[in-house]
Structures are given as C-alpha cells and as structure tokens.
Design a protein around this ligand. Structure first.
Ligand code: SAH
Ligand code: SF4
Length: 430
C-alpha cells in the first residue's frame, strides 16, 4: 500500500512539474513515506530524516532550497510530535491527504512555518489525484482502504481510518488505463481487500470477474484478505478466472483460539482451516501465505504450539512473521500479561525455521517443471533478469531487456527458500 501511495504522491507532484529522481542531491523535494505498524518501522524514520537533513544542508550550502516532506501513517499517529522530534521536516502529511500535496508545496512559506496535515477529509483523495499510468508490467491498484476490524494490537484503524471501498466503475477504469499504458498484471490492494463493499458490484469476486474481460490483462492478484470476510464468489473465481493467480495471502496471526479472541480476530482456527480447504477444493495447487504474530500478551507455550500445528497442517508457500509490538493507543499495549522479549525471540526463531523449511519445500517441488514467469526487472548480475511465477516465486533467468514485461515459459532448474532459477524455453506469444 505504501509503494502505491508513494507512486500516487509522485504523480500528484507531477502536476507541478516535478519528476522522480534517485539522486538525492539533485532533489528539490525529499519525500519520505512512513509506516507505523510496528515500532521498528516507526523508529527507522528518525535515522532516515537525519540522513536526508545532511543532503538538505549540503544543498543549502550551495544556495539550493530543499523541502523535506514526511508522509504516511507515522504522521497520522502523531504529526505534531514528529515535527518536534525532527526539526528538519518542513511538511508532514497523513495518508488521507496526499491529493493536497501540490497545494501544500505551492503555498509553503519558510517564514510562516512548518505544516502538519493529518485530518480525515470528507472528500475521497481518489477523486482528486491524477490518473494513474503503468510504471511497469506489474502494477498496484488500491480498491479499498482503512479498516473497521480493530484487532486489539493494530494501529491501522486509527491511522488509515474507517473502511472505504472505491466504486467498481472507478476501479475498472483505472485497471483499463493501467493495461493501456503497459500493465500485464494488476495487484488489487486493500487493508481488508476481500471485505470490499463498494457500489457497482456484489463483492471483490465480481470485480475480479469483470476485470477478466480487459484485453491484455494477463494476471490478477489481490491482497490482504481477512479470513472471515472471504466469500464463495471470490473463492470460486480462482476456479473460473484463468487470469486470477493461484496465490492467496490469508493471515491467521495465531493458531490458538484464546489468542485469536484476545486479538479480537473474528474467526476460530477451525473456521480458518475450513476456508483454506475451500480454496484447495477449487484450486488444489494454490499457494497459501500468512502473517503471524508471536508473543501476543498472554500467549502460553501451548498457544504457541497451536500456531506451529496450524503451520504444519496448512503447509505455507510463503509468510511474514513478527514479534508482537506494543503500539501506543491500542488495547493490547495495555494488557497486563506482556511476554518477555527473550521468549518472543525464541518463538519467532522456531516459527521462522519451520516456515522457511516449508517455503523451501514449496520451491524445490517446482524444480523440473515449466512455469510462466512475468519478467519484471534486470538482475543484479549482467545478462540476468527476474520475475514472478503464478505462485509469486521470484525467479532468475538468463535473458535480456527484450524479455522484460513479457510472460515467458521457464524450465525451473534450481530452488532456494527465497527464489528459483531456470532457463527460458520460449517467449510466450502475446
Ligand atoms: N489487514 C491485514 C494486515 C495488515 S498489517 C490483516 O488483518 O491480515 C500487516 C501485518 O502486520 C499483520 O497481519 C500483522 O501480522 C502485523 N502486525 C500488525 N500490527 C502488529 C503489531 N502491533 N505487532 C506485530 N505485528 C503486527
Ligand atoms: Fe489491522 Fe488487519 Fe486487524 Fe484491520 S484486520 S485491525 S488492518 S490487523
């Protein structure tokens, strides 16, 4: 979501004639997008602002002015405090106000002082942001934002606000534009993407089915799904829509019903496993991934073993796992039975070892097979390019620039826990 937001902010500043550069020293605006989800992400901001300030000061010595803008959820959670702690920051803008960037930049006046904009405006930013264009073969498209679930550990409902679903016709128009400008794959984004409930369609399943009619759109993905909001129409789209990739990110968080209840997740382990079975019934090869939190307040050894058991049952193709981070303002941060850091670390290491071995097994099982790979970028080594299989495995092959943006057939010859290698058999005809 943050990558998508960053691109939209770049587009909004494009209104004023700004262009993206990766050479900081030539940037008139330095823009840092931030994440507030865990303490680690949030704290990184201050060291990064320090580095950006060095650039700002070096430019100042040459008589050049630089605007340092911080955007994102850290601003929403406490923009005033941010300005107090980070003196170099000129403008702080929360996630619902990116459409106001051109105005903020134009009106900024050093004499009048620094600015924080972190309200929840009545208008939707999507109505004011410029039209998107594809920036590569694989593009993001935000269909839903915010969250009404209020998991007891999570800051998202406070930083992104309540759920908002964009109307179906707006989503389809943006999808068509992305394809016209070069996208072959679209990843539909939402904090609670399968809970989409906007105008013009019954659910995300309908949106996916409508997108399947867009000529030239070869791959559709979506993330992140909330287990108990999954609908049959979405699940069966994995059977009916060939463009819908066989991959589902379905975070369980914990394999203990007691912990799920304390987290305010509205499903049980049994219900989660049933959803997994329904996906596998329509698409037996589907790759399943999840997020996990270990060391949630009150998590016992038995609760943690429950998580390990679920992992053994599901056999995940990939995953993201974190130590519980007590976030200010959330109910879980105030719970009395916080878990010792050492225990959290031990549990995370055990869980990650198991998850990584499953990920490796999943990758190794594809060796010898041929898979379609959408080539996205040049590799680190000369003559190498890389892309993604339908199961979202990062795959490296020998190839040149002409293959970028193409779906090619690759024979998989090697696998590690994190990537595949192979050789192109033939470029797939478009
Ligand atoms: N809406 C998605 C998750 C969005 S946040 C969902 O409900 O699945 C991405 C992930 O960050 C979460 O799935 C969770 O695993 C992790 N996360 C969120 N808050 C956290 C916290 N306070 N401590 C540790 N991990 C957290
Ligand atoms: Fe956060 Fe996801 Fe829970 Fe919403 S559903 S509160 S985004 S973890």
């Amino acid at each position: 979501m943050n990558m998508y937001d960053s691109a939209r902010m770049r587009d909004a500043l494009g209104f004023l004639g700004y262009q993206e550069t990766d050479r900081k020293e030539e940037a008139d605006i330095l823009l840092l997008n931030t994440c507030h989800i865990r303490e680690k992400a949030s704290e990184k901001l201050f060291s990064e602002v320090g580095r950006m300030n060095e650039v700002k000061q070096a430019r100042k010595a040459k008589g050049l002015d630089t605007l340092l803008i911080v955007a994102g959820c850290v601003v929403q959670a406490g923009g005033e405090e941010l300005l107090r702690r980070a003196h170099a920051v000129d403008i702080a803008v929360g996630p619902q106000n990116y459409h106001r960037l051109p105005e903020l930049v134009t009106k900024f006046n050093r004499k009048k002082g620094r600015v924080v904009v972190a309200d929840f405006p009545a208008e939707s930013k999507f109505d004011f942001l410029p039209e998107t264009r594809a920036t590569g073969a694989s593009c993001f498209l935000a269909v839903q934002e915010g969250c009404d679930h209020f998991c007891s550990y999570c800051v998202v409902p406070y930083t992104r606000g309540c759920e908002y679903s964009r109307p179906a016709d707006e989503i389809l128009a943006e999808a068509r534009r992305l394809v016209e400008t070069g996208a072959k794959e679209i990843m539909l984004l939402g904090q609670n993407v399968n809970g989409w409930h906007g105008e013009g369609a019954r659910d995300l399943g309908d949106i996916i089915r409508m997108m399947a009619d867009i000529q030239g759109l070869e791959r559709i993905r979506y993330t992140t799904s909330y287990p108990s909001e999954m609908t049959d129409n979405i699940i069966t789209a994995h059977r009916d829509v060939p463009q819908l990739m066989p991959y589902i990110h379905l975070p369980i968080q914990s394999g203990s019903d007691a912990v799920l209840k304390a987290m305010n997740r509205q499903y049980t382990v049994r219900e989660y496993l049933d959803i997994v079975d329904r996906f596998r019934a329509v698409r037996p090869d589907i790759a399943i991934s999840s997020d996990f939190i270990v060391g949630f307040p009150g998590e016992t050894d038995a609760d943690f073993e429950g998580t390990m058991d679920v992992v053994r049952q599901v056999q995940y193709a990939s995953s993201f796992s974190f130590k519980f981070s007590a976030r200010p303002g959330t109910p879980a941060s105030l719970m009395k039975n916080q878990i010792d850091e050492r225990i959290k670390t031990e549990r995370l290491m055990r869980l990650q070892e198991l998850l990584l071995s499953q990920q490796k097994a999943f990758n190794v099982a594809t060796v010898g097979k041929t898979l379609d790979v959408l080539m996205i970028e040049k590799g680190r080594e000369k003559g190498q390019i890389s892309g993604y299989t339908p199961y979202l495995q990062n795959t490296h092959v020998e190839g040149d620039k002409s293959n970028l943006g193409q779906i090619v057939t690759v024979r998989i010859t090697g696998a590690t826990a994190t990537s595949l290698s192979g050789e192109i058999i033939n470029p797939k005809a478009d």
